[in-house]
Design a protein around this ligand. Structure first.
Ligand code: BG6
Length: 484
């Protein structure tokens, strides 16, 4: 069956940096379903050929050495452009006509990808509905919605309501590109396709879990967006909570959209949102020193570019095991990692200095950029009496598998074409996630606690983050990955 992918926001950054390069990679790998066409929609008055040319240049830039001109020319034959304005209902009728012309008399799947600024989502959805583009008489109709999905609980609920006036939930694909990362999917494989981890993956053996998404970059040219958003909305509501759900969830009965999402949602339901008093003690916020000088940022901005949050997952498996989440811009290095910190041995038999809690076993899941997993464990140092030292079992994707890791969007786009929503967020999931983040944002705004600390770019966030952990008898895993 033919597939038409209609991209709203066709002349935007996401389309040229991520979507089209991912589609082209799928085409090169012969994974793009036959008879797939891409139709761009935005206000820029391109012809088909002008859009193709613009995309050829950007794709060459972003695909680098994987760009192949002959393959591109074949791919580009399926790329079309329809100039139009989201504010003009008539332009949706024209789009409808164009899609019908491209389809001819064939039935087919249509996927509408919202890659515009989020304030246009409601209008696009309503207009798709009004001109009949959501009807499923001639094949499935799906809608893909980029983050941010709302800016808090009430706006996310309103957006869900508006979307549901036109599309049924099973037609809706809310993207979180973290779920498209191979290493994130591999957490499920590690846990549920092996028998040795699950028995220890609980409060009996795990002391705490750390989830870090550190970025070395500053906000750069995104200052005006970021200053309205901040780290909680930009990273926690989506990416960090997705990593937490994947780490903490129970095994789904099978790898199917509803089963997977049911289990993830149960994790969110087990997290009691923090009270204002808890926000003051269980969260930290920081801003890197040069942030207020970035273009688009208010000179007295209170926006946090770093946050650390301690959450409890109140269920049978995780009772008493804190989950420490942290993320920030302008940090020491780019690294996303999940550390499962196991408990110390109950009794130290060896007369060693290695009895510190931080020397207990750790499983470090490196999500990016050094994709892999390390298990840290104690080993006897040879020829040194009974001295012990932490050593590693080290698995690395690049060492083990030939070829480069695919971009997250490749997998996600393919899943949408195939109608598999396992790696997409459900309506209740995004609303529950906001329910965890909103009280933190509100307390920061209203009671102004904890204080917004300044940190020097290139560090692991503000200095009090280290003290905060050590007061709890714990230590951050502040290690930059070694890239081979
Ligand atoms: C985006 C955020 O969702 O994720 C950005 O808006 C952030 O601020 C980016 O830089 C990080 O994604 P990745 O895949 O580079 O870790």
């Amino acid at each position: 069956m033919a597939i038409s992918l209609v991209i709203f926001g066709a002349s935007g950054d996401l389309t040229s940096r991520k979507l089209v390069p991912a589609l082209f990679q799928l085409f090169r790998k012969q994974r793009l379903p036959e008879d797939t066409r891409i139709v761009g929609f935005s206000r820029t008055p391109y012809s088909d050929d002008q859009w193709r040319q613009a995309l050829a240049e950007s794709t060459e830039r972003f695909n680098g050495r994987h760009f192949d001109r002959a393959a591109w020319d074949k791919f580009a034959a399926a790329v079309h452009y329809q100039a139009g304005d989201i504010a003009q209902p008539g332009d949706f009728d024209t789009l409808h006509q164009r899609l019908c012309e491209l389809d001819g008399s064939r039935d087919g799947t249509r996927v509408y990808y919202l890659a515009t600024a989020p304030q246009f989502y409601e209008d696009i959805v309503a207009r798709l509905g009004a001109c009949g583009l959501a009807d499923e008489v001639h094949g499935p109709r799906r809608i893909v919605i980029e983050k941010p999905f709302g800016s808090d609980g009430p706006t996310a609920r309103r957006l869900n309501d508006d979307v549901h006036k036109v599309f049924k939930e099973k037609q809706v694909y809310r993207i979180d590109h973290y779920l498209g990362k191979e290493t994130v999917q591999n957490i499920l494989v590690l846990r549920f396709a092996n028998t040795i981890f699950e028995p220890v993956w609980n409060r009996n053996y795990v002391d705490h879990v750390q989830i870090t998404v550190a970025e070395e970059v500053t906000v750069g040219r995104r200052g005006s967006f970021y200053d309205q958003t901040g780290v909680l909305r930009d990273m926690f509501q989506n990416h960090l909570l997705q990593l937490l759900m994947t780490t903490a969830m129970e095994a789904p009965v099978r790898f199917e959209a509803e089963a997977v999402r049911d289990e993830k949602v149960k994790v969110l339901r087990a997290i009691t949102p923090l009270s204002s008093a808890q926000v003051a003690t269980d969260t930290l916020r920081g801003q890197y020193r040069s942030y207020r000088g970035e273009p688009g940022v208010a000179p007295d901005s209170q926006t946090a570019t770093f946050a650390a949050v301690k959450l409890a997952v109140d269920n049978w498996r995780w009772q008493g095991v804190p989950f420490y989440l942290r993320s920030g811009k302008a940090m020491s290095c780019r690294t996303t990692q999940i550390v499962i910190q196991f408990r110390s041995p109950p009794h130290m038999v060896f007369n060693s200095r290695s009895t510190n809690i931080c020397e207990a076993n750790q499983l470090v899941i490196q999500i990016q950029p050094a994709e892999g997993i390390q298990l840290h464990f104690q080993t006897k140092v040879p020829d040194a009496g009974m001295r012990l030292r932490m050593t590693d079992l080290d698995f690395s994707f690049v060492r083990e598998f030939a070829g480069t890791m695919p971009e997250a969007y490749e997998r996600l786009l393919l899943d949408v074409f195939q109608g598999d929503a396992s790696l997409f967020a459900r309506a209740d999931e995004v609303e529950l996630a906001w329910g965890i983040v909103d009280p933190i944002a509100a307390a920061w705004r209203e009671i102004r606690q904890p204080a917004l600390e300044t940190y020097e770019p290139g560090l692991w966030g503000p200095a009090n983050a280290t003290e905060w952990m050590s007061q709890q008898g714990r230590q951050w895993f502040d290690t930059c990955p070694v890239l081979s």
